[in-house]
Design a binder for this molecule. Structure first.
Ligand SMILES: *Cc1c(COP(=O)(O)O)cnc(C)c1O
Length: 357
């Protein structure tokens, strides 16, 4: 089999060795002669998996004392509502920065619970930049941000000062760069962008923030209940948690988040310098806000689209079609994507220029 260069935006590429280990555990887990997915989640073998996954999150992100790490279900899309219902007081409100489709959905869910102030929005320019220059009010219960905008290819390079706890949807850049967890009241992230298969969502939450809303929160949405049961209030998504744990082990073996951040920077620099140099391509996001995870770009001459797509296909490059709301191309360069794959894409872009530039 020839190698595919997988630039998928999500679910996305995971390390080959993780796939290998995960497939072995599906047949025979820990030499039990049973599959990982046919044993009790309360068995010591699986409890050890959950504990290791949580410990690896804490270690890799240097999570301070006073925070809990949970592996739950529902995707980041449930996180929109769940983050708000756990931190927005009854009769309270939240502040949001609207940086794209995912933020827009988070705002929509929060409005079902109370007041929403949108402090800044880049919708006027199809979310091609990160709004700045607003002041976060102190009378709201929290500020909600989306750190990386998977669809539009923008990313917060610095987070705003906030007098209230910050909730951050980090679905598409968690573990890709160092963050100071103490700056956040809650971080949540669907696994399938940079951590594992779809099916689990990680929550990192500051304990002291829970339990003060005055709401009767449904049990399955109540982070305090899940915390009290160590993410085992009900049957956890065992396979997704296991593969996430393997990916985090792999990440630790790569040297951790600081080391992967350097590799991610090198990949992004390689691709963006070609996008900027090559007259046949143009980036769609504001340069200062460009995402190191999802690079969005278009052809300057649309007539070359078919030829470019053919070159891309014959180089075994997969998954660079842009999201329908942006068009053009999107190259997602998550942790497991090797620099080699980016070089192959850059070579195809150069090749197009040699033929038609
Ligand atoms: C993909 C994505 C989501 C939605 O995740 P689901 O797990 O499909 O619900 C939310 N936020 C961001 C930033 C994403 O990239």
């Amino acid at each position: 089999m020839s190698k595919v260069h997988n630039f998928s935006a999500g679910p996305c590429i995971l390390p080959q060795e993780v796939m290998q280990q995960a497939s072995e555990a599906l047949i025979n887990f820990n030499d039990l002669n049973l599959s990982l997915i046919e044993i009790s989640h309360r068995s010591k073998d699986f409890v050890a998996v959950m504990e290791e996954a949580i410990d690896l999150v804490k270690e890799l992100l240097e999570v301070p004392e006073g925070y809990s790490v949970l592996f739950l279900q529902g995707g980041a899309s449930l996180g929109f509502y769940m983050s708000a219902i756990n931190l927005m007081k009854a009769g309270g409100s939240g502040a949001y920065v609207n940086t794209g489709s995912w933020s827009t959905k988070a705002i929509k869910e929060a409005k079902k619970l109370g007041g929403v102030q949108v402090l800044g929005s880049s919708e006027d320019k199809n979310f091609t930049y990160i709004p700045k220059g607003y002041t976060v009010p102190s009378e709201v219960d929290f500020l909600h941000l989306t750190s990386n905008n998977t669809i539009y290819g923008t990313q917060f390079k610095a987070f705003p000062e906030s007098p209230v706890p910050v909730i951050c949807d980090m679905s598409s850049d968690i573990f890709s760069r160092k963050v100071n967890v103490a700056d956040f009241g809650m971080i949540y992230a669907g696994a399938q962008k940079n951590m594992g298969p779809a099916g689990t969502t990680v929550y990192i939450v500051k304990d002291e923030l829970l339990g003060h809303t005055g709401r009767d929160i449904p049990s399955m949405l109540d982070l305090a209940i899940h915390r009290g049961k160590d993410s085992m209030f009900n049957t956890p998504p065992v396979f997704a948690v296991y593969v996430s744990m393997l990916t985090l082990r792999w990440l630790k073996g790569q040297g951790g988040v600081g080391a992967i951040e350097q590799q991610n920077q090198a990949k992004a620099d390689l691709l963006y310098s070609e996008v900027d140099r090559n007259p046949l391509f143009k980036g769609t996001a504001a340069i200062e806000d460009r995402s190191n995870m999802n690079a969005t770009f278009v052809l300057t001459n649309e007539d070359l689209a078919e030829t470019f797509n053919q070159l891309v296909a014959s180089a075994n490059i997969s998954g660079i079609k842009g999201h329908r709301s942006v068009g053009g191309f999107r190259a997602s360069m998550y942790n497991a994507l090797p620099l080699d794959s980016v070089q192959v894409l850059v070579d195809v872009m150069k090749h197009l220029e040699q033929q038609f530039g």
